[in-house]
Design a protein around this ligand. Sequence first.
Ligand code: GTP
Ligand code: IMP
Ligand code: MG
Length: 360
Amino acid sequence: MASIVVGGHFGDEGKGKIVSYLALNDKPAVIARAGVGPNAGHTVYKSGKKYGLRMIPCGFVYEDARLLIGAGVLVDPNLLLKELELTGTQDRFALDRRCGIIEAAHKKLDSSDFHLTKSVATTGTGCGPANADRAMRKLKHASEVPELKKYLTDVPLEINNAVDEGKDVLVEASQGFGLSLFYGAYPNVTSKDTSASMAAVDVGLGPTKISEVIVVYKAYMSRVGAGSQKLPTLITKQNLGKYPELKATYERALCDGTTGKDVNEVLARYLGEAGTVTGRLRQICGFDYELAKYSAMVNGATQVAVTCLDKVFPECSGVRDYSGLPKNVRDYIAGIEKEVGVNVTFISTGPDADDIIDLR
Ligand code: GTP
Ligand code: IMP
Ligand code: MG
């Protein structure tokens, strides 16, 4: 059976955390990374150590899984080799021979071009320029990089064989729905679609092979890069009162002595919302139910995961049993379930893989 974990908001929803739990709990035979490329940073903890992974699937925490990167994903060879060493996963890793390769010129353009740096505020990791070259049919493939030769495979063949043999396959998407080139907040988006269908294409799985689509939302929303001023739920001094969970968080932040140029910056600092790849402070928004519902629809969500509940409801920190959740948190989750129209199956109450309530 194949499952896809995908972001329902603007990325950084905590997909890495959900994948790490699913990897350790469900023990999938194959875990494959989909998505744009090293512009994503997925955070995962293993034996108390924090990893901000940009290439290797977060599911590496489960030591018996075969780890793959699909052909749709752009690869930065140096970064990949470093992460292979860091995670010690060389003996169970492979990438598709058709993965696109990011070169120095792509990164240079991504961090110097006026439109990309100022209007889109890209991560500077070379993904947009590399995907542009791919569309122009002049991008190098992984098969042309000597250092990657020993890791090459045919990901669609491996992954479809695994599904046909009745094994579990977990596909880890990156970014989030609002960053989709097709459906997101254009032009402040990434260089590819970011929905579950694209993740399936990235790894070579046909739509009929996908059994579960788990859409991940954070209990509030964050947005890094340009375009946040257009978001209807962007937190300001004026609308803070509409989001009681964030208002209470703001009051706790002030008691704690957190400072910032405005309400949003105080919240971002207190919530620890800084980009995994760029270190940029993220903008904080209230949960956008309309966006979440639309995103669940386009993603074909069969399940929903809500993360970071402990950040806005500290009383549920580390709770691993539904009966241990206070009523206000249960009501908040029920509200998401009702508005989005899809069952919430995972409630994440902390950054560790085990800080989760699994309602499946
Ligand atoms: P992208 O592919 O870049 O969108 O990444 P991502 O969805 O994997 O999220 P990322 O790791 O960038 O950011 C999520 C942050 O929230 C990380 O620092 C996680 O450790 C943390 N996190 C995830 N779930 C929880 C949770 O339930 N509680 C707390 N406190 N932190 C969490
Ligand atoms: P690019 O993908 O580097 O071209 O960046 C385009 C936009 O997407 C910028 O606003 C980035 O901040 C945003 N973005 C890209 N990848 C991620 C991610 O993994 N998490 C959050 N934002 C992202
Ligand atoms: Mg991230």
